[in-house]
Design a binder for this molecule. Structure first.
Ligand SMILES: NC(=O)c1ccc[n+]([C@@H]2O[C@H](COP(=O)([O-])OP(=O)(O)OC[C@H]3O[C@@H](n4cnc5c(N)ncnc54)[C@H](O)[C@@H]3O)[C@@H](O)[C@H]2O)c1
Length: 374
């Protein structure tokens, strides 16, 4: 415990990352209050049974100022994780949940002179958009998204517009130029800027965490985050081939949610993190086909991949993260990806309607012109 921050408010603390953060804080002696609206798609209105009984729970909404006022009373630090995610057509909800919530939090702090010392907010890797690449003739390039026509014709990789060379990916760094491509990512970038601006103005130490793809138990299978692990788990549990998008060679930075939770503790306790932006990944880049094989191994079934020109429009080809900045504070990931996969599989086995939920998501994505080949 540092900087006199004993009482911490975690918004979205009933969710996936939030509930692990709550456990980590409580294990480290903090008093924790959670503000969460328990709304779909993550919840069905009920507090999940894994919610830590030692935390205080306030049902409320980060889009409502009086809920902030109540939640902030008596706390010294906030970890703001509540968010609206994925790709949905109610665009204004990204702004109200992800951006306006920061404004409402500060209005409550300023109007009521609440002595908050530190605010840490979850942003996302989505702010990097398609990321940074290198052309051997033209140096570093931020490529344009691949078109649907490119993807239909299996042109998976980015090509230099000037010389036609295939580009090689570079790990995303906190000071890269940002090109978010979807309303969710745009709202996360706006939330970063608003938090830093108001934090500096009112002397509240502010920290941004750009989360990559956290994996592990308690992850809602009702929304699209970490689609690959959930989809592959559904495939192996239904004894069907693992349906892999593109050619399976695309890659992501997956991180065990317990390492994400320890990263939040690190930046909460270390004043060197104040007014800084950090990537919250693992620093390990994994090909999607290798994740699929890990899921088969964890389920102890033969690896049965199916590659059939499926793709999601707008997906980045590679999303590697550079973790040097957080590591410089002494944080290290402790868990191998195979452990996160196996913990997740153990957890999802208890649910009966996994395939139904996945199919529902796929139908919606197909209708919205995002998912092809399913
Ligand atoms: N899971 C990931 O891999 C990932 C990746 C990038 C960024 N993030 C960010 O991390 C944070 C946590 O994500 P998660 O995966 O745990 O999601 P989650 O859906 O499991 O948890 C979010 C929680 O916020 C709550 N919430 C949503 N809207 C709310 C509102 N208006 N008022 C109060 N509570 C509300 C939900 O009920 C839920 O409990 C989010 O900010 C998300 O954008 C997550």
């Amino acid at each position: 415990m540092a900087n006199g921050t004993k009482n911490v408010l975690v918004t979205g603390g009933a969710g996936f990352i939030g509930s692990h953060v709550v456990d980590t804080l409580i294990d480290n002696g903090y008093t924790v209050r959670v503000l969460d609206n328990l709304a779909p798609p993550t919840h069905n209105g009920k507090l999940p049974e894994w919610f830590n009984k030692k935390a205080e729970f306030l049902k409320g909404d980060v889009r409502i100022k009086k809920d902030w006022r109540k939640a902030l009373n008596g706390v010294e630090a906030v970890i703001h994780l509540a968010a609206y995610m994925d790709q949905h057509p109610d665009f204004s909800n990204y702004v109200s949940t992800n951006v306006e919530s920061i404004a409402l939090m500060f209005e409550s702090v300023v109007e009521n002179k609440i002595p908050i010392k530190k605010i840490i907010a979850a942003s996302s890797q989505s702010v990097y958009g398609h990321g940074k690449y290198r052309c051997k003739n033209h140096g570093s390039i931020y490529p344009e998204p691949r078109t649907i026509n490119d993807l239909k014709n299996r042109r998976w990789d980015y090509i230099c517009k000037d010389c036609g060379e295939t580009l090689t990916f570079l790990p995303e760094k906190e000071d890269d130029t940002l090109f978010p491509q979807i309303p969710y990512g745009i709202s996360k970038l706006a939330s970063e800027q608003l938090l830093m601006n108001l934090g500096k103005k009112y002397g509240v130490s502010s920290v941004i965490s750009r989360v990559s793809i956290a994996l592990g138990p308690r992850q809602s299978f009702r929304h699209f985050y970490s689609g690959a692990l959930r989809a592959f788990a559904v495939n192996v549990l239904n004894n069907e081939p693992i349906k892999i998008n593109e050619d399976g060679q695309q890659s992501r930075d997956f991180v065990d949610v317990r390492d994400t939770a320890s990263a939040y503790l690190k930046v909460l306790e270390d004043s060197r993190a104040d007014f800084q932006i950090f990537n919250f990944g693992s620093g390990n880049n994994t090909k999607i086909i290798d994740l699929a094989e890990m899921v088969s191994n964890a389920a102890e079934v033969p690896f049965w991949p199916s590659l059939n020109n499926r793709f999601r429009a707008g997906d980045a080809r590679h999303s590697p993260m550079d973790m040097d900045k957080l590591k410089a504070l002494g944080w290290r990931p402790k868990y191998a990806l195979a452990e996160a996969v196996s913990e997740y599989l153990k957890w999802v086995r208890q649910f009966k309607n996994l395939k139904e939920n996945l199919d529902k998501n796929y139908d919606q994505l197909k209708k919205e012109g995002i998912l092809f080949g399913y």
